[in-house]
Design a protein around this ligand. Structure first.
Ligand code: HEC
Length: 205
């Protein structure tokens, strides 16, 4: 009888644990990493602790001294949307991607000549949300917190009109308005489950 109770107790505990883990993954999926109020996006925080996906670089000195988005672009995706991407290969409603601009600092190192990251220069974001952007193509909207002199950030931003940003993303980005062709982490992680985390497979794609 004593033994029976222990077994039943164990089963109940296991069921509770299983239910808890289901509800925590649902909660993670629902979590929003941004705050839009009165038509403005508050500057997101914490993104350097999200999932890093890649760093395109459009150096000013290869773009007549003035690239549209100067220098390095470190791109991050929020953790709940990464989990969804890894499982389904899709950007969930509520995805936010951050593009943090960084200057070219040094152009040589002991490893050779090249472009090496310098200082932070600006911050851009894109969000997919049917609730907030029912009329935007793909439900994506685009924001910038960069100031013209690239010395500070605004505390909030209004979405750009679709023709300023959205149209180019729609026409040229590889996957649902996102330039995954330049983000190796997203390419390798698209719907690949645990293979997405890195270090699991021996072959390099
Ligand atoms: C002429 C095409 C073009 C326009 C216009 C454009 N982008 Fe992009 N955007 C790109 C390309 C190409 C990338 C990826 C490579 C890079 O960052 O240089 C990118 C990447 C991004 C990313 C990273 C996530 C992603 O979707 O790949 C954000 C955020 C972003 N752009 C914001 C903006 C904002 C804000 C505007 C409008 C002010 C804008 N973009 C206008 C071409 C464009």
């Amino acid at each position: 009888m004593q033994k029976m109770k222990l077994v039943t107790g164990g089963l109940v505990a296991m069921t509770v644990l299983a239910l808890q883990s289901v509800s925590s993954s649902i909660a993670a999926d629902d979590k929003q990493y941004f705050n839009i109020a009165n038509g403005e996006l508050a500057r997101p925080t914490g993104y350097r602790e999200w999932i890093y996906v890649g760093t395109p670089v459009t150096p000013n000195d290869m773009n007549d001294g003035k690239a549209a988005f100067p220098e390095f672009h470190n791109v991050y995706i929020d953790p709940a949307s990464w989990a969804h991407w890894k499982d389904t290969g899709k950007f969930r409603d509520g995805t936010i991607l951050i593009k943090e601009l960084v200057s070219v600092g040094a152009k040589s190192a002991t490893s050779g000549n090249g472009y090496f990251e310098g200082d932070f220069l600006g911050l851009e974001a894109t969000i997919k949300s049917a609730e907030h952007f029912p009329d935007e193509p793909g439900n994506w909207a685009y924001y910038s917190f960069s100031t013209p002199d690239h010395k500070s950030l605004t505390s909030s931003a209004k979405a750009f009109p679709a023709e300023s940003c959205n149209a180019c993303h729609q026409a040229s980005a590889a996957d649902d308005f996102v330039f995954t062709q330049y983000y190796p982490v997203l390419r390798a992680g698209k719907g690949t489950g645990m293979d997405a985390i890195g270090g699991v497979k021996s072959e390099l794609p």
